[in-house]
Write a protein that binds this ligand. Sequence first.
Ligand SMILES: [Zn+2]
Length: 281
Amino acid sequence: MARTSTLTLALVGAVALGGCGVHTTEGMAKALVPDEQENQLGQQVKQELDKQGTKYIQDPEIVNYVQGVAKKIFVSANKDRPGVNWKVYVIDDPKQVNAFATPGGNLFVFSGLLMAADNEAQLAGVWGHESGHVVARHSARQMVDAMGLETVLGMALGQNPNQLAELAGTLAAKGALLSYSRQDETEADEYGARYAAAAGYDPHGIIQFFEKLKSMEGNVPSFAQYLSDHPLTADRITHLQQYIAEKHLTGTVLAADRLQPVKQKLIAQAQNAGLKPAAAR
Ligand SMILES: [Zn+2]
């Protein structure tokens, strides 16, 4: 009964907005997947990832550091989309150079990405970009496009366990569900650059990180994954550079940031476990 009324309300919302001629992507997605269902969806995906045995880094020094960088980004993200219950997780997988966001504001980064980043501004750029996807409601809309509204709302209520399991399996293995559109990527880039600069970081960090991955993707295949989930085109980098210049976004790369000791610790842990990190040099 509760489920029926939720579905009906959401559908009415979508039709009403469509009828009023409101076709902004954000407006449509907001009508399609209400915040409460987005949060439930995020929780369901996290529970399913846990159930499937996803390993997380527990080391407080590493987790606190990664969450601390993200928190600085959330200060701005919260102004654009208040009420998101942000959570940050570090997945213990040195071979994956990737990060993703699920509906509801759950952000995940693979330990392989932390080892691949050169400095904190690059990590801040990744968090800015991923939180931009959440602020603009890209992942919820993407899921609705791919699976249909009823399936997605059912997943939020835990009523489509098979599809949820499949989704979480794909996320854990590939670090992404589907590739975002170019428009979504550009939007997330703009949010990301603004958030990183507002937190005091050089907004070019994400560009440097993308370029580093690109230069290494030939000899380290897993480096290509983040780029294929967030397709990188020459005009995307050009656009981002222009956007940063036009908005006069500035920031710094800390001379001695706290990423280095975290990286060294992660690399040592991976080597102790007999794993060869993707970014080991
Ligand atoms: Zn992206």
